[in-house]
Design a protein around this ligand. Sequence first.
Ligand SMILES: Nc1ncnc2c1ncn2[C@@H]1O[C@H](COP(=O)(O)OP(=O)(O)OP(=O)(O)O)[C@@H](O)[C@H]1O
Ligand SMILES: [Mg+2]
Length: 284
Amino acid sequence: MSDKYVLFTQDITMRFGGLNALDSVTIGLKKGELLAVVGPNGAGKTTFFNVVSGIYKPTSGTVWLKGKEITQKPPFLIARNGMVRTFQNLGIYDNLTVIESVCVAMHRKFLKNNLMKTLKGFLVPWDTNKPEAMTILEFIGGFKGIENELCINLPYGFQKYLEIARSLAMGPEVLLLDEPAAGLNQSEKTEISRIIKKIVSSGVSVMLIEHDIKMVSNISDRIVVLDYGKQIADGVPKDVICDPKVISAYIGKPVTSAEIEAGSGGCDPVTVSVQTGQAASADE
Ligand SMILES: Nc1ncnc2c1ncn2[C@@H]1O[C@H](COP(=O)(O)OP(=O)(O)OP(=O)(O)O)[C@@H](O)[C@H]1O
Ligand SMILES: [Mg+2]
C-alpha cells in the first residue's frame, strides 16, 4: 500500500450467512480525493462503510487508515484517529437547536475511553465549543440567523447539511458520507454538491455513497462501482459511466454530458463523449 492512500482496503469479504455482501473488495482513497461508491440497492455500499468504520468486523481482508491497520479497531477509536462517517438515515437530535447539535458532536471528540477521562470530558461545559461550532456552520453556509432554531423545525435539506456540519465537528481527515443527497430536490443537491466540494478543497478526503450518477459524475475524482458485493469498475467518471458492465448492472442507459451538466445544477461538468438516447435516472 503506498503513502498516497489515506484509506486502503485489501480484499474485504463480508459474509452474512450464505450471502457475500462484499466479495474481495480492494479500494484505496487517495489524500484529498473525492471518491464515489455507487451501485444498485443491496450492492454492499453501506456494508463497506460499516466495515471500514469498525461497525462490522470483516470475514476476511484488511483496512488501513493513514498507513496503520485498523481492521479490528472499535468505531470510537477509528473516529478519533480521523475517520468520521454519516449514516444513511438522519441522526439529528430533534430537541436540540442547530448550534447545540454541532456542539454536542464536537464534544464527543474530547471523550476518552477510560472512566476518569470520560468523566472529565463530560465535566467540560458543552457550550465552550460554541465559537468553533459557529465557524463550522459558517463554513457550510446557509445557517445564518437559524442557529438557534430547533433541529426538528429545519427543512429536510437543512437537516442533511446539518448532519454534514456535525460530522465536521469531529475534525475528520477522512469523511465517509452515506447518501447525503437522498431525498433532496435538484437545488438542494446542487447545494450539497457545493458543500462536499468545499470540504474536499479544505483538505478532507471524502468517500461518497450516492445514487444520483449525474451528481457523482460531476463532482467526483473517481468512481468505484459495486454490484452484488463485487467491484465491477474503478476509474474516472467519464470512463466509468461509459463502461458497458456499469451500464448494464446499474445505469441502464448511457448518460449524456448535457444531462450531467443539467443534473449538476451548475457545477463544472465532466467531459464525456455525448451519447444519444435518454439516460435512465439511477435515483432511488
Ligand atoms: N447486518 C446484516 N445482516 C444480514 N444481511 C445484511 C446485513 N447488513 C447488510 N446485509 C445485506 O447485505 C447486502 C448489502 O447491503 P447494503 O446495505 O450494504 O447495500 P447498499 O449497497 O448500501 O444498498 P442501498 O443502496 O439500498 O443502501 C444486502 O443484501 C443486505 O440485505
Ligand atoms: Mg446503503
